[in-house]
Design a protein around this ligand. Structure first.
Ligand code: PEP
Ligand code: MG
Length: 596
């Protein structure tokens, strides 16, 4: 049956593929793609864990039969029988093997995916007794996973009633070898998202998240169609369903009819054509019709992203979100925090990757929807976005902060580096930050390590900063407006909460006035002002921002060419007056139409 789920559009475009549900199981396991040469060993890993569990169950059965205790429920032996039968049946093993071989899933991921497929088949059975056996199956898989994760298998709950079943009636999933895949999840952390960045997924859908949540931002950087905030998507879409992700409309169509598929396929080809036309603009100088040069910079999360930035003609990196070096480390078996050498290597790679163009490295912005793994576990705070986040965390962990500052400073020997500080609010934070930057330099001097000339900038992303600009302009070489947070904090709207996403308004008069003021004051004092929030990459706002005087935009590489196209057709002189009218209008959305 065809049905549609509505969400929030994150990245434009159409993706068509089979659904891969992540993390929908109650078991939390790692999901990653293996190399083809690892297929055999992954299959062997599952087989060996399954054998261990089977041995364990047989031993238990034997112990019970040899020395029956009064309090041993008679059903227990039969439960063990059922579990052994499920373990030995091929329905799990065959599907798991196929998923590992054809899709290159790691063993744990293959196991829970196949579990979901078989559970679904149990759910569809008419026989109530058989339907109820799915709990046994889940326990068996849970045991196998525990062995694989190095934990001791846990005995079944005594209350469950066993009886032999004919498991041969169920069918085994045989996914098509070359089918395109799309990712469906309740939620994905930004770190998980990053892990899938280089993967095969053609699009993704999550139940939760706002348009500027960090998960959405990373998805946007992947340049693939995505919908977030689709509420129940991960519960009603099933493993392997055909899914169309319509990133333009923010809609997910499940099991589309042939006619719908044809229509979406047509739109998909149109968009691909438009993308290939855009690549021709790559080397065109970015200039308005009236000759004003506009700087288009890239936002990156990893050093490797510099390759894509250069490919689309970015003239530098305006925002390197360094916190991604600090996240998702546990699952990769890394130390909780990256040390100075690891960070230095990452920053140096990014700087060298940009081949002499400037790289703005933002110091770690951990907290809120980008927690450290250890923070996520301990954090019981109600408002993490208002808590120990970004520079607040850095100032509370001076050793960590100094380590990062030294690593960034050392990388400046290899190219043009700028340091950007997130979420500054007050004179005292500015003072402490600048003192620590000086201390990091002193430490490098003392150990005879060199560094280059590094300009220091502040993000303007809390209203307090936007309203005390002279202080920031006095102490910093440049400013970068973080509209994602500026909107969140000015309008009191959690950017990660889809329930209030309709209130997230980039053209609210309060926001436009703050942005206009920062640009104007920066220009007056001859300090560079850039804008690096998601607004910078939104083509519907490009002409407004130009009219407000913005000359430096930083966005995900995937958005650069569309924004450039808009700039090339704009006359800044004409837009200034119109932008002023939008600024003063009570209905900015209507007023935006004047700028078209
Ligand atoms: C912003 O807040 O606009 C910004 C660019 O930083 P982040 O999205 O990483 O919070
Ligand atoms: Mg921010």
């Amino acid at each position: 049956m065809t049905f549609a789920v509505k969400g929030l559009a994150v990245t434009k475009g159409i993706a068509i593929g089979r659904a891969v549900l992540i993390g929908s199981s109650h078991m939390d396991v790692a999901h990653y793609f293996i190399e083809p040469c690892q297929v055999e060993s992954e299959i062997a890993r599952v087989a060996s864990a399954r054998d261990t569990v089977a041995d364990e169950l047989r031993r238990l059965q034997k112990n019970i039969s040899n020395a029956p205790r009064k309090d041993t429920p008679p059903e227990l032996i039969a439960v063990l029988d059922v579990h052994l039968m499920l373990l030995e049946d091929t329905m799990l093993a065959d599907g798991v093997k196929t998923l590992i071989t054809d899709r290159l899933y790691n063993a744990e991921w293959a196991l829970i995916t196949q579990l979901e497929v078989v559970v679904r088949q149990f759910d569809e059975m008419e026989d109530e007794y058989l339907r109820e056996r799915k709990a046994d199956l889940e326990q068996v898989v849970d045991r196998i996973l525990r062995v694989m994760l190095g934990q001791v298998p846990v005995l079944a709950n005594k209350g469950e009633l066993p009886e032999p079943i004919n498991v041969q009636e169920t069918q085994v999933l045989r996914p098509g070898h070359d089918d395109p895949l799309v990712l469906v999840a309740h939620d994905l952390s930004p770190a998980d998202m990053l892990q899938f960045k280089q993967s095969v997924f053609k699009g993704f859908v999550t139940d939760v998240g706002g348009q500027t949540s960090h998960t959405a931002i990373v998805a946007r950087s992947m340049g693939i169609p995505a919908v977030v905030g689709a509420r129940l998507a991960s519960t009603i879409i099933r493993q392997d369903d055909w899914v169309v992700i319509d990133g333009d409309g923010g809609v997910v169509v499940v099991n589309p009819s042939t006619m719908l598929l044809e229509e979406y396929g047509f739109q998909q080809r149109e968009r691909e054509l438009e993308q290939s036309r855009l690549t021709r603009l790559r080397f065109t100088p970015c200039m308005t019709v009236d000759g004003l040069h506009i700087q288009l910079l890239a936002n990156i999360e990893q050093p490797a992203d510099t390759e894509q930035a250069l490919k689309v003609g970015a003239v530098g990196v305006g925002l390197f979100r360094s916190e991604f070096l600090f996240m998702g480390r546990h699952s990769k078996g890394l130390s909780p925090l990256p040390d100075e050498e690891e960070q230095f290597k990452a920053y140096k790679t990014a700087v060298e990757g940009m081949k002499g163009l400037p790289v703005t490295i933002r110091t770690v912005d951990i907290g809120a929807d980008k927690p450290l793994e250890r923070m996520a576990k301990e954090d019981g705070h109600l408002n993490p976005a208002l808590g120990l986040r970004a520079i607040r965390w850095s100032l509370s962990e001076p050793t960590m902060f100094l380590t990062q500052l030294r690593a960034i400073l050392r990388a400046s020997v290899f190219g043009k580096v700028k340091i950007l500080i997130p979420m500054l609010c007050s004179a005292s934070e500015i003072k402490q930050t600048l003192a620590l930057i000086q201390k990091a330099k002193d430490q490098l001097d003392a150990s005879g390590q060199s560094y280059g000339v590094v300009s220091i900038g502040a993000m303007i992303e809390v209203p307090a900063a936007a309203l005390t600009l002279p202080l920031f302009l006095k102490h910093f070489d440049f400013l970068s407006i973080g509209t994602n947070d500026l909107i969140q904090y000015t309008l009191a709207i959690d950017r990660a909460d889809e329930a209030v996403s309709h209130l997230y308004d980039p053209v609210h008069p309060a926001i436009l006035q703050l942005i206009a003021n920062v640009i104007r004051e920066g220009a007056r004092l001859g300090k560079e002002v850039s804008l690096c929030g998601e607004m910078a990459g939104d083509v519907t706002l490009t002409r407004l921002l130009l009219g407000l005087g913005l000359t430096s935009f930083s966005m995900h590489p995937a958005q650069i060419l569309s924004v450039k196209k808009e700039i090339l057709r704009s006359d800044r002189g004409q837009l200034q007056e119109l932008a002023q009218q939008v600024l003063e209008s009570e209905n900015p959305y209507e007023a935006l139409g004047w700028l078209k």
